[in-house]
Design a protein around this ligand. Structure first.
Ligand code: TYD
Length: 217
């Protein structure tokens, strides 16, 4: 089935985004949709290198960090997401522009309008049809992380609290596009809620990405 749509998962550390993104992809595939699952930072060869630097690099300045995420997003949007939408896929992305607003904006304190224009520049204005926020208390999310902590996970609790608040503000400001799901729920009830909303999106309407598809550089 060809019904392009761009769906993004967002949330703080340990919110279960990756698990839910995979579960959604499987469900869509089973009912016959063409899908592409990708993630940020990463999803392209260059993006995966940038991912390593930004997560594990030492002594990275705040502007450098921002520019690495943006470079990764530009590659991913132009080389993967836009072509996939153009050939009729549902694209599911684990993090996208809103992560920069949450982490570099609310978290690091960079001006939000400035970040909005950079996001628009690197994506050529491609916005998701739906953003699914898995909302979770910052402390609870961090305690779920078992593996070695990267540079973001090592930030203090207040940093993660600001990120959560930022996500909730973004969701409240754009309720048509964002849906908020309680990330403390077990995996299957969360997957059910995600599925209900995605099904509605696919049946009842498309968002803005379809109208932007002709603008690839
Ligand atoms: P990752 O291991 O992918 O985290 P998660 O599993 O929580 O998605 O690491 C990506 C980290 O990069 C994560 O802490 C969020 C951060 N990040 C930003 O700070 N800005 C961004 O624009 C993006 C995409 C991610």
């Amino acid at each position: 089935m060809e019904n392009p749509a761009f769906i993004v998962f967002e949330g703080g550390e340990g919110s279960g985004k990756s698990t839910q993104a995979r579960a959604l992809r499987e469900r869509l595939r089973k009912v016959g949709y063409k899908t592409v699952l990708t993630h940020e930072p990463g999803g392209t060869m260059l993006g995966e290198r940038l991912r390593r630097w930004v997560k594990w690099g030492r002594d990275i300045t705040i502007p450098t960090e921002l520019l690495l995420f943006l470079a990764s997003r530009s590659q991913l949007t132009t080389r993967v997401i836009r072509p996939a939408l153009e050939s009729g896929n549902i694209v599911i992305c684990d993090r996208y522009s809103a992560s920069t607003i949450a982490y570099q904006g609310y978290g690091r304190g960079i001006n939000l309008d400035f970040l909005e224009s950079l996001n628009a520049f690197v994506t050529d204005g491609l916005e998701p049809d739906m953003v699914i926020l898995l909302d979770l208390d910052a402390a609870e999310g961090l305690t779920r992380k078992k593996r070695k902590w990267d540079s973001f996970e090592r930030e203090d609790f207040i940093f993660h609290q600001r990120i959560r608040d930022g996500y909730l503000e973004m969701a409240a400001a754009d309720p048509e596009r964002w849906i908020v799901i309680d990330g403390t729920l077990p995996e299957f009830p969360v997957a059910e809620r995600v599925w209900e909303r995605v099904r509605d999106l696919l049946i009842y309407g498309k968002g803005p990405s379809s109208s932007l598809l002709t603008r690839s550089p």
